[in-house]
Design a binder for this molecule. Structure first.
Ligand code: ZN
Ligand code: ZN
Length: 151
């Protein structure tokens, strides 16, 4: 049942479609995961995700996240530490952003580039892709460095 803090319905519709295309159902647990990731202001580790909603069960959550990831509803933020972090994919959020990744503690923050900068990057990436006969789906630009706590 949707709660006031539930993710917007089009987001759930998109997740339903992506999972169906991969032969999976959008179960209640997967809906809770999408809602929790949608509420978070940064990518979450599995322990953080479990802490975000007490209804999530440790034994099935990782597998559900991987199923959501394989369907394209959730994406994994690659960090240098051992903890995988997950966030809603842009196919759900329609919101393009980048990451600040701390190479000491693995902390991840989000940031956006100004629209003209993104357009310029898209044009440059398009040029690079065409030169290599490479079909670009999307790009990722993450910054590596040291967070305020670690520096
Ligand atoms: Zn740090
Ligand atoms: Zn992010």
């Amino acid at each position: 049942m949707p709660t006031p803090t539930d993710a917007p319905e089009p987001m759930h519709d998109a997740a339903t479609e992506l999972l169906a295309a991969n032969g999976h159902r959008y179960t209640a647990a997967r809906r809770i995961i999408v809602t929790a990731l949608g509420r978070a202001d940064a990518p979450l580790t599995i322990p953080q995700l479990l802490a975000a909603d007490g209804r999530l069960v440790q034994s099935s959550t990782y597998r559900n996240v991987v199923i959501l990831e394989e369907a394209g509803a959730v994406s994994r933020v690659v960090t240098p530490d051992d903890h995988a972090r997950f966030e809603l994919d842009e196919r759900l959020t329609h919101h393009h952003h980048h990451h600040l990744i701390c190479t000491d503690c693995g902390d991840v923050g989000d940031f956006e580039l100004a629209a003209p900068v993104e357009r310029l990057l898209q044009a440059e990436f398009g040029r690079a892709g065409r030169a290599a006969t490479f079909r670009i789906e999307r790009h990722r630009i993450d910054l590596l460095g040291t967070c305020a706590t670690c520096s």
